[in-house]
Ligand binder design. Structure first.
Ligand SMILES: [Zn+2]
Length: 76
């Protein structure tokens, strides 16, 4: 089992706030159908966030890159 990081220890104040109220971080990178999640990245602390069927949580860089290659390109 991966170690669980407490929510208040994830990301930074800006991107944690996003899920609770209205902050402009993190930015949505895209939606991955393969991973069934939305991938976000905080421009302040560079944390990657995954928001799928569970609560949003910070993920490590390796996983973020694996998800990033599967995301649908955003609408231009
Ligand atoms: Zn952050």
């Amino acid at each position: 089992m991966p170690e669980t990081i407490q929510f208040h220890d994830q990301g930074c104040a800006f991107c944690r706030e996003f899920w609770i109220s209205n902050s402009d971080q993190p930015k949505l990178i895209g939606v991955s159908l393969e991973y069934q999640c939305h991938l976000y990245r905080c421009g302040v602390c560079s944390s990657w966030w995954e928001y799928g069927s569970n609560y949003p949580h910070v993920i490590d860089e390796d996983l973020a890159h694996r998800i990033a290659v599967t995301v649908e390109p955003g609408l231009s």
